[in-house]
Design a binder for this molecule. Structure first.
Ligand code: KG4
Ligand code: ZN
Length: 361
């Protein structure tokens, strides 16, 4: 079996997969309770917490499944991109385990992990496909032609989509992670009234931009008297319990209008990318792919355009180690990766995929 470790951001995650890629166990220890009050992940807290959580998680999994080091045929680890201190904890553990077990250490790019995550749940997905990797750190529109053969069609020029969700939630007074909260607020409010502008409208590019939109939301919140600067951030549940001071429906309206424009931006980009590539399969993956409104809208697009649409199960959208193990296995089996010198592996905040640039056709 292969052991996979993922610690690129705020979740410590460990998975075991058999050699056919079946997930034996995939566990995540979330640090959300430590970061939520700050409205985002605090890197220093995240790396320190991985140091405590990761060994506990590993011991728990090894004990629960009676796994011995001698059962491992390889160790996979996310080496980039992400928070460097967090990555270093996972890489150090993975290195040591692989060394002691005497097995290959396979470094995995976190973005490639997200890109290939739908294969965990979707047996019918095949290369090539059009994918949007959309998370707290990245927004990459990619043509996946084959394993390791990826072409970038567009990416965000500033904030990632998940970052935009988190920042908008924070300026409305909500805790991290903001995406699920904005989605719930939007679900409670069926007729949003604010028309936020579509960024980069009229341009031919398949890039994204969210920072201007975030500013537009901020200005709207200031204008309507609901902008939160230094108050204690609250959860969705606390919001529901708070007595209505006349501002609750304003907040819901802004959140729902933001959710509507995000869905529209993603729909329009996918539509254009399908036109340009004419690919028959489309994929959405990464933390923001957990958003049901976005999935539903893309499901409609796929039906209209007669394409097959794939996305991972919710638990495999956000950070997890199963996708890292799966990706490592594919590379191990294809033999196209150099994992022979795991002992010198280093972590990196950026990766080749995260830095890919759009090739002009
Ligand atoms: O993939 P992920 O777990 O970590 C990164 O690689 O960044 O993505 C986390 C991001 C956060 O920004 C979070 O707010 C967002 O995914 N997210 C969502 C939803 N669930 C998580 N955004 C919108 N709607 C959701 N339901
Ligand atoms: Zn991620």
């Amino acid at each position: 079996m292969i052991l996979a470790i993922e610690t690129s951001c705020d979740d410590s995650a460990v998975a075991l997969l058999d050699w056919d890629g079946r997930v034996i166990i995939s566990e995540i220890s979330s640090q959300v309770d430590l970061h939520k009050k700050y409205g985002g992940v605090v890197p220093e807290i995240a790396s320190r917490q991985h140091l405590t959580t990761l060994p506990l998680l590993l011991r728990h999994i090894f004990d629960k499944h009676a796994v011995e080091l001698s059962d491992l045929k390889a160790v996979a680890v996310t080496y980039a991109p992400g928070l460097i201190g967090s990555l270093l904890v996972g890489v150090s553990y993975a290195k040591t385990l692989a060394w002691v077990a005497g097995v290959p250490l396979v470094p995995v790019d976190h973005i490639e992990g997200h890109l290939l995550a739908p294969f965990l749940d979707e047996p019918n997905l095949k290369f090539p496909f059009l994918a949007l990797v959309i998370s707290g750190g990245h927004t990459h529109l990619i043509v996946a032609k084959g394993l390791g053969n990826y072409e970038l069609l567009g990416k965000t020029m500033d904030d990632a989509a998940g970052e935009a969700y988190d920042k908008v939630a924070k300026l409305l007074g909500f805790q991290y992670p903001g995406g699920p909260i904005i989605e719930k607020l939007a679900n409670d409010f069926s007729n949003p009234t604010i028309s936020f502008p579509v960024p980069l409208k009229g341009r031919k590019s398949l890039d994204f931009s969210f920072s201007g939109l975030k500013t537009a939301v901020r200005n709207e919140a200031i204008k309507k008297g609901v902008y939160v600067e230094k108050e204690r951030l609250i959860s969705y549940e606390e919001f529901l319990k708070t007595p209505d001071n006349g501002k609750k429906s304003i907040i819901q309206d802004i959140a729902a209008s933001f959710q509507r424009i995000m869905t529209k931006i993603i729909y329009l980009r996918f539509q254009e990318a399908l036109r340009v590539t004419d690919l028959k399969q489309m994929v959405i993956t990464g933390g923001v792919a957990a958003n049901r409104g976005i999935r539903d809208c893309l499901t409609q697009l796929a039906e209209q355009e007669n394409r097959d649409f794939f996305y991972p199960k919710l638990v495999n959208c956000t950070d997890n180690a199963a996708m890292i193990g799966w990706t490592a296995l594919q590379h191990l089996k294809s033999g196209n990766i150099d994992y022979t010198d795991g002992i010198t592996l280093n972590a990196a905040s950026k990766s080749p995929i995260s830095q890919m640039t759009v090739e002009l056709q």
